[in-house]
Design a protein around this ligand. Structure first.
Ligand SMILES: Nc1ncnc2c1ncn2[C@@H]1O[C@H](COP(=O)(O)OP(=O)(O)OP(=O)(O)O)[C@@H](O)[C@H]1O
Length: 257
């Protein structure tokens, strides 16, 4: 099985943002979506999440068309963590995470639903905050609630749009470790838009580099990271080194003289 994106095109008004994106992510793989600001990463995740409708192309998982599936069925397969989210009314952390169970719940949540919610809260280090209103959280805590909600959804495909942007170093690493373990232990397919190339190289199986709405590199990070390509795409001279700790990218300007 795999997540398959074929010839996806999208434009905001007349401004083309995705210009024929083809991408395959194997089931259970952790894939990083990289590229400069405005290269189309969020737009692509929003299309898979069905927040946006593409002008053309296909998105499927295991052969099942995700663009035309009934919404509830789509929500059982795909969970989406947006860059930031607001809750429409006053909710506690536990209530917000319980929303992740919506595609699975019948008339009311069962004990199993509540256990899944508690496990997700625990996993994201939010146990002490379960009864706290969302409005009283820090930016990083709120971001972790969105991730807990997505895990409680028990998806087959987990989409994360810069989920670590508001997190301190410890929670950046913990979050990436959690997503990686979800891929390894539960076979979830994860696609993460992320800016940190070295975190992507360390945690992800596949690195996809977008530039101007086109994929310009795709493969295991050690192969996908090419100094010339990265330097051109980011407009900054970088060096790529391969060592014991895997592949690493560093701006040349920061190299010792
Ligand atoms: N709502 C919108 N209306 C018009 N143009 C938009 C809108 N949202 C995004 N764009 C444009 O689409 C292009 C791609 O944006 P997108 O958010 O997908 O990029 P990104 O790679 O996620 O960027 P970033 O790293 O800054 O989050 C950009 O040129 C952006 O200005």
């Amino acid at each position: 099985m795999s997540l398959d994106i074929g010839a996806v095109r999208f434009a905001y008004r007349r401004n083309p943002v995705l210009q024929g994106v083809d991408l395959r992510v194997a089931e259970g793989a952790f894939c990083a979506l990289l590229g400069p600001n405005g290269s189309g990463k969020s737009t692509l995740t929003k299309i898979i999440a069905r927040v946006l409708t593409p002008a053309g192309g296909s998105v499927s998982f295991g052969g099942r068309d995700l663009l035309t599936a009934p919404r509830r069925e789509h929500a059982r397969v795909v969970a989406y963590v947006p860059q930031s989210g607001t809750t429409p009314f006053e909710q506690t952390v536990r209530e917000a995470v319980l929303l992740g169970r919506t595609p699975h719940i019948g008339l009311r949540p069962t004990r199993a639903d509540r256990e899944i919610v508690d496990a997700a809260i625990e996993r994201l280090g939010l146990a002490e905050l379960g009864d706290r209103p969302m409005s009283q959280l820090s930016g990083g805590q709120a971001q972790r609630v969105l991730i807990a909600r997505a895990l409680a959804q028990q998806p087959r495909v987990l989409l994360l749009d810069e989920p670590t942007s508001a997190l301190d170093l410890r929670y950046q690493i913990e979050t990436l470790q959690i997503v990686r373990s979800v891929t390894r232990e539960e076979g979830v397919t994860a696609l993460i838009a992320i800016h940190d190339l070295n975190h992507a190289a360390h945690f992800c199986d596949q690195a996809v580099l977008l530039d101007g709405g086109r994929i310009v590199a795709d493969g295991p990070p050690a192969r996908a990271f090419d100094a010339d390509v990265l330097s051109r795409v980011y407009g900054l001279d970088v060096r790529v080194t391969h060592g014991e700790n895997g592949v690493q990218v560093r701006p040349s300007a920061l190299e010792a003289a």
